[in-house]
Design a protein. Sequence first.
Length: 594
Amino acid sequence: MSYSAPIGDIAHTLRAIAGLNDLIDQDLAGDLDDDVVDAILEEAGKFASEQVAPLNQPGDVAGTKFENGSVAMPAGFKEAYLDWVEAGWGGLAGPEEFGGQGLPLTLAMAVSEIWNAACVSFSENPMLTTGVVDALALHGNDSLKATYLPKLVSGEWSGTMQLTESHAGSDLRFLKTKAEPQGDGSYNLSGTKIFITFGEHDMVENIVHMVLARIPGAPPGTKGISLFLVPKFLVGEDGSLGERNDVHCISTEHKLGIHASPTCVMQMGDNGGATGWLVGEENRGLNCMFTMMNRARLGVGIQGVGIAERAFQQALAYAQERKQGAVAETEKGDMVEIIRHPDVQRMLLDMKAKTAVARTLCYVTAKALDVAERSQDEAERARALAYAGLLTPVAKAYSTDLSVEVASQGIQVHGGMGYIEETGAAQHLRDARITPIYEGTNGIQAIDLVSRKLPMEGGEVVRGHIAELKEIVAGVRGSNEPSFGETADRLEDAISALEEASDWLLRTMSGNPDAALVGACAYLRLFGIASGGAFLAKGALAEQRDDNGNGRTFTVLARHFADQLSVEAPGLARAVSSGADGVLSQGESLLRAS
Ligand SMILES: Cc1cc2nc3c(=O)[nH]c(=O)nc-3n(C[C@H](O)[C@H](O)[C@H](O)COP(=O)(O)OP(=O)(O)OC[C@H]3O[C@@H](n4cnc5c(N)ncnc54)[C@H](O)[C@@H]3O)c2cc1C
């Protein structure tokens, strides 16, 4: 199944909803201008369609092969990756000082959506490498940066993030990997990490692992965790590769999806220990990780957008070809393409609207992170950082939940053929299913939203956000545009529901946190619906103002989302504020007795 990047939708979301052009106008985007943005999106789309998308299904079928400590990628991956590096895609948003192009994250996320849609397994590797670049650029010393960043930024070397151990997943407090100082500035690491994405593979000469570990004598819990850089091959002063380090893949996992992304068990210490170097200060490893968490979580949200877009395109193509007759007794006639049936139209519009909503949430969050990093105005930077903090768990969790829903609907559109692997629709669901789990499960995202982000500044950050959503909807109402139908009414209901649930949670969090946490996931979904629905409407208003001849895609989608999907919002608000009693008073005893 082919993939064609939806450049028009992406560009409109970047400009009219996320506000990429504010960055350009305020000189916060380097040499970027409209033409360069268009050229980058076009070129990425071309590369993705021609070289990456064709790998998706064969890569899923072949999977990676683990043998004698090495991992062989499926056919074609290495060649495509080397071409990708050669074309300069690795350094798009990387620091200019180390060979990157320093372009805004907002644009980089749009391009990342394109890679993920083409093949999510292929895109895992650059995503993890970007995480290592961010960690090193922010917290590494000059020597580590000079040695490792240029090749990581270009993509010639790849990176991993090694946090998880068998007993330490969502809660890293009890991780056991040990790092002993060797007296020469380096550390000796030993321990086992599980589930490490691209921990080993054959596409690059060196792999740079970022490992969380404990130094002997460190305080217990999160205050005793440090971050280390551990290369697969040690690097000489002249940059040449030296001795093989004692960090080895000892097996790979067999899993539901992303078969072309190796998920590795990594062992350090079987041959004397792995040599590593401290990144940031001792015992501040989790803080280092937290500073990059917004970006990493957003990266997973974008994976959700990419998979959803691919699933939609595949379902649309199938619905335009597959023929079935009408089943309603009132309808007669010949067989028609299933896309002519109202329920199939509804499913396809659901899929496109959900994908568009997830895209808005991710791009708006990326823009806030850009402002937080690039603005000259300190107060504006602080405001943007708080806003990005508020939106990040929603962009990660709601977008990935939507990707699973969209991929599942994609199977439904195919009928029985969707359940048959050969069709390719099932792969999207299998691939999507990891996204609500890793980089902090969506349950953990909801807890973060309710317990840390919502109470920021006494609730003022969320109130400011709600005020902005209301302003957009006032614009919809004021436009008197008949094609909006009841969009304004439905979105007003959703935003009121969000306001009501936010107030209830702010009151409840301090006195009865368990009750608040029962409603956390429903609240996150409600937040995503109200925000994404309004953001889509913002895109629709801009589309009508510009009347750029591209039709009314965003108006149709905003209306569909408001009519069919945002109507869930008042029910979710009720689940937040009155759903806890049953769970807390009777649920636990029932579960324990079961
Ligand atoms: C394919 C794949 C790739 C991965 N890649 C990497 C990688 O590259 N690097 C890396 O370090 N890790 C990686 N991981 C690990 C991943 O990040 C963890 O699986 C994830 O964080 C969840 O941890 P866990 O599996 O231990 O689940 P658990 O923490 O055991 O969670 C199980 C369930 O309990 C819930 N739960 C746990 N604690 C709480 C709480 N306090 N309150 C409410 N609910 C809670 C969770 O939400 C979840 O539903 C990967 C995992 C997979 C499957």
